[in-house]
Design a protein around this ligand. Structure first.
Ligand code: FMN
Length: 364
């Protein structure tokens, strides 16, 4: 049913400016009929970070920045939803246009720059749905004009602990100048120390709430060595690999749009992000689980992320080109792979190809 509806609506959405289409999509979702939640194949269940996920396919951050539709997304079949990035104070983000489609490449470029209604508005919405269950993570970021960016992460962990299933510290958006410097050496060490300290503090009242770090696919391998070593030492709960890339492969078909500044996502990101995931997996040595994101657009690409080291995956850009029906397709594919290989669960496949992938030539 979703497929048929989208088939009709997608040409209309693609005729609109990408950001107008996004706003309209959120509106349509708000008024979507309340569908019964279809039960997932029990073999797709994943336990990670102390949480029980009904299936491994999540909605990536950036789609529902202000927590307007997490329950609709859960009912549509996502195993979890990550809202945000939320900033402590409301801020408008960069001037429009700031979102671009690359249809020939099935890619997206965005330079939204953390447009956020701010933590208070998002907290109100999440508090109103708190007893509905489902895994809803809160992705937190820093205000552009913040005097103490690390404090922006810490304060939001304090604020959202009663309503968040987990936290993601987004230190890898390319669209807030200087934000990605939080991934470097001593600054990253301080950030992880302080967010883990906040995690311990809030756990007294709110119970354990895992804290994940979302990294850029553009780190050098030396930088990744440091990031993983520090994350292990500081005992963060997991990592998301990764955010959008500032790179522009020269094989992109939509070369004119590729000149736009911002982060590239979708299909052109798949190879780089999957390689970085495998590189992270071999460095983490099982110390914490990973979420794989970047260019997933099918069951096969989701499985490749799992075999590269992800126990959970997230999607965003491919929904623009393929629609929500893809979520069901990915889940069916994964379930049939498990049956075919007589595997009890996806954990048997996590990281199966990681070492081999890291020996391949670097993806162009
Ligand atoms: C329009 C857009 C907005 C995004 N906003 C955020 C954001 O606010 N916070 C964040 O951590 N990631 C954000 N992302 C990155 C996605 O969460 C994801 O990491 C990235 O797009 C790779 O996945 P994909 O190829 O499936 O889109 C955004 C991506 C897009 C396309």
């Amino acid at each position: 049913m979703i497929g048929a509806f989208e088939h009709l609506v997608r040409p209309l959405l693609h005729a609109l400016d990408p950001e107008d289409a996004h706003v309209l999509t959120l509106k349509l979702l708000k008024f979507a009929p309340v569908l019964p939640v279809a039960r997932d194949d029990p073999r797709l269940a994943v336990r990670a970070f102390g949480l029980n996920f009904p299936n491994p396919v999540g909605m990536a951050a950036g789609f529902d920045k202000n927590a307007e539709v997490p329950d609709v997304l859960l009912r549509l079949g996502f195993g979890f939803v990550e809202v945000g990035t939320v900033t402590p104070k409301p801020q408008p983000g960069n001037p429009r246009p700031r979102l671009f489609r690359l249809p020939g490449d099935e890619g997206v470029i965005n330079r939204l720059g953390f447009n956020s209604e701010g933590a208070e508005a998002v907290l109100r919405r999440l508090a109103a749905r708190a007893d509905r269950g489902g895994i809803v993570g809160v992705n937190v970021g820093a205000n552009k004009d913040s005097a103490d960016r690390i404090d922006d992460y810490v304060r939001q962990i304090d604020m959202f602990a009663p309503v968040a299933s987990y936290f993601t510290c987004n230190i890898s958006s390319p669209n807030t100048p200087g934000l990605r410097d939080l991934q470097q050496g001593s600054v990253f060490d301080e950030l992880t120390a302080r967010v883990v300290e906040a995690r311990e503090r809030v756990s007294v009242q709110a119970g354990p709430t895992p804290v994940l770090i979302k990294i850029a696919p553009d780190l050098t391998l030396n930088e990744l060595d440091d990031v993983v070593a520090i994350a292990r030492r500081r005992k963060v709960d997991g990592m998301i690999v990764g955010n959008t890339t500032v790179l522009r492969p020269d094989w992109l078909k939509d070369q004119a749009t590729a000149k736009e500044a911002g982060g590239l996502s979708g299909r052109p990101l798949f190879k780089l992000a999957t390689r970085m995931l495998a590189e992270t997996y071999v460095r983490a040595e099982g110390a914490f689980p990973l979420i794989g994101t970047g260019g997933i657009d099918s069951g096969e690409t989701a499985l490749a992320k799992i075999r590269a080291g992800a126990c959970l995956v997230q999607v965003y850009s491919s929904l623009v080109f393929r629609g929500l029906a893809m979520i069901g397709e990915i889940k069916s594919f994964l379930a049939s792979e498990l049956r075919r290989g007589a595997h009890a669960g996806l954990d048997e496949l996590v990281g199966a190809d990681a070492a081999a992938m890291t020996a391949e030539a670097w993806p162009e």
